[in-house]
Design a protein around this ligand. Structure first.
Ligand SMILES: Cc1ncc(COP(=O)(O)O)c(C=O)c1O
Length: 397
């Protein structure tokens, strides 16, 4: 029999997965071209040419030892290249000694939490949040502490954040550009978080780590820039992956990069390497470390994502949907047309539109649209959205 905890978790099956399954059923019933599936955040575009070419050349190479175990932190030369890329806009440069290659950002977050949490330690997350955080924190006997954001900006409520911190707080997870809102936290927010953390670290006499989950860092629009967290916080830990930026979600490759100002770099990195090993990852995939090493600062065509964002954002706001214009990632997070977001999503399903309720991200009353989809599907879906809005107007009349 499986454990009680997993039984409990299975009862709260992910909304994203649930809607994805609904999508398959609807496609069978109505035909794929008549279903508008906005449920899952699976990168739509193929990896850049340079990545595919490097993969081909490595597969065809006769170099010996390419498939062996290595240092649990990954290849030194690849880690140095990652550090060089991070150092482009940093005040205190880092080196390979601060970088550990991971099995995606999901693997990276688990390795960090395993390394820093004692049982009962609290980790602050901001709603709406990536639903998996709650499970990742639970995996390592931590306790999630959920703080709301202001729905007019989706930036953290700083006074609520300040009051949430206590002697058990070990970390805060930030995710910018954000899934599900697409918002990039402003410098003002980062400065505000920094001031609070400095004060609280002094009060409680221990580090409060900022885990910056950044898989969408390269996916930004209109010339926006994502600030380098290492310039704001002393105890920051970047976690990133190439799942979205290079379209490699299934290959599972990413990294952790700690702040150069840590006072215990060697001990901390040894802790991360130990956790990477004993969680069973051992090391990040050898081949994929090499594949990405020359394409770290490339990305899939952002313009094509922006085209999708513009089309949907404009069409939906014209229809009366309220939302914050996303600056990055590939999600929209509009207000539902009724207060019960789950009911709203079920109504949308009747129009063959598949959405994810905000409740799945700890933020009821809203819903998520994942627009990493075929452009023609978006175009075809506009009429269905219009019919959904008309349905609500008639209901209200
Ligand atoms: C906010 C956020 N963090 C982490 C992940 C996990 O990414 P990876 O594929 O790198 O493990 C995702 C994936 O969708 C995500 O949206």
């Amino acid at each position: 029999m499986i454990s009680k905890e997993i039984q409990e978790n299975l009862k709260n099956a992910s909304w994203i997965r649930r809607m994805f399954v609904e999508g398959s059923k609807l496609r069978e019933q109505f035909g794929a071209e008549n279903v508008y599936d906005y449920s899952i955040g699976n990168p739509y575009f193929e990896p850049p040419k340079s990545v595919v070419e490097k993969l081909r050349s490595l597969v065809n190479s006769d170099e010996k030892g390419t498939h062996r175990y290595m240092d649990n932190a990954g290849y030194k030369d690849v880690r140095q290249k990652v550090a060089n890329a991070i150092n482009r806009d940093i005040k205190n440069p880092i080196s390979y000694e601060h970088v550990l290659m991971t099995v995606g950002a999901a693997g990276g977050i688990n390795v960090v939490l395993r390394t820093i949490l004692d049982a009962g330690d609290e980790v602050v997350i901001f709603a709406p949040y990536f639903a998996e955080y709650v499970f990742y924190i639970g995996n390592h006997n931590g306790v999630p502490k959920i703080i709301q954001t202001d729905a007019s900006t989706f930036e953290p409520d700083l006074s609520a954040f300040e009051s949430s911190i206590n002697e058990k707080t070990r970390a805060v997870i930030i995710n910018t550009p954000n899934n599900p809102t697409g918002v990039i936290y402003s410098e003002k927010t980062l400065n505000g978080l920094q001031a609070i953390l400095l004060k609280k670290e002094e009060t409680y006499g221990r580090e409060i780590y900022v885990i910056s989950d950044e898989p969408y860092k390269a996916l930004v629009y209109d010339g926006h820039k994502v600030p380098n967290v290492h310039n704001y916080f002393k105890h920051s830990i970047m976690v990133n992956s190439y799942s979205k930026s290079l379209g490699l979600a299934g290959e599972r490759i990413g990294y952790i990069a700690i702040n150069g100002q840590f006072s215990d770099v060697d001990l901390f990195m040894s802790g991360l390497a130990f956790s990477n090993r004993t969680l069973g990852f051992v090391n990040a995939p050898a081949l994929w470390q090499k594949v990405i090493s020359d394409s770290l600062e490339e990305s899939v065509d952002i313009g094509q994502y922006q085209e999708r964002r513009d089309l949907l954002y404009r069409a939906l706001t014209k229809m009366g949907f309220e939302m914050v214009e996303p600056q990055g990632a590939f999600y929209l997070f509009p207000k539902a047309l009724e207060s019960d977001d789950v009911k709203f999503v079920m109504e949308a399903k009747k129009f063959n539109i598949l959405l994810v309720p905000g409740s799945g991200f700890g933020f009821p009353g809203y819903f998520r649209i994942s627009y990493c989809v075929d452009l023609q599907m978006i175009e075809r879906s506009i009429k269905a959205f219009e019919a959904l809005v008309d349905y609500y107007k008639e209901k209200e009349a």
